[in-house]
Ligand binder design. Structure first.
Ligand SMILES: [Zn+2]
Length: 171
């Protein structure tokens, strides 16, 4: 089925493909959403089933057959009874606040390591030179960390601390 095909392409296991709404032949706009019954509050880890709002975010993903791919993800807002505060559900494979998927950033790193011509990388990845630089250094650092810490099972936590570091200008 088409659904399964798309989900495999994403490599984003939590997301379910709903529909396509591409308006341009060079661009693929794929709509998806998370189907979990409940979400865990990121602050206190209380399970919450009360979804009260939704919003759609646009995230760039790895190009498919030279077409720029945008994932239109409907993210749900939950209300945590313990904190008495709302939170937006996280999506595995997309760092909070990022406009690109982790697999796309890895894809950029691969191109940036195999092609010396920046223009070529931009063309292949269909993104800005800014993103190529950013993804390159960030993903390269993650790779180095993995090598330095062979016991680390918690790449997810590393990624989060990395995000915090970039905010304070540390690389
Ligand atoms: Zn909470």
């Amino acid at each position: 089925m088409l659904k399964h095909k798309f989900n495999n392409l994403f490599g984003l296991p939590e997301l379910e493909f709903t529909k396509e709404s591409s308006q341009h032949k060079n661009t693929l706009r794929l709509h998806c959403r998370k189907t979990s019954k409940a979400e865990v509050c990121p602050k206190c880890t209380t399970l919450s089933k009360v979804c009260y709002d939704k919003r759609t975010i646009s995230v760039q993903d790895t190009p498919i057959r030279n077409r720029t791919v945008y994932l239109k993800i409907t993210k749900r807002r939950f209300f945590c009874k313990a904190c008495k505060k709302p939170f937006t559900e996280p999506i595995q494979g997309i760092i909070k606040g990022y406009r690109t998927t982790q697999r796309f950033r890895k894809h950029i790193l691969w191109f940036a390591t195999h092609f010396s011509d920046l223009k070529k990388v931009q063309e292949k990845c269909r993104c800005s030179s800014w993103l190529v630089h950013k993804a390159y250094y960030e993903q390269a650092e993650l790779e180095v960390r993995k090598l330095q810490n062979p016991w680390g099972k918690t790449v997810g936590i590393d990624e989060h601390s990395f995000v915090r570091n970039t905010k304070f200008g540390y690389r």
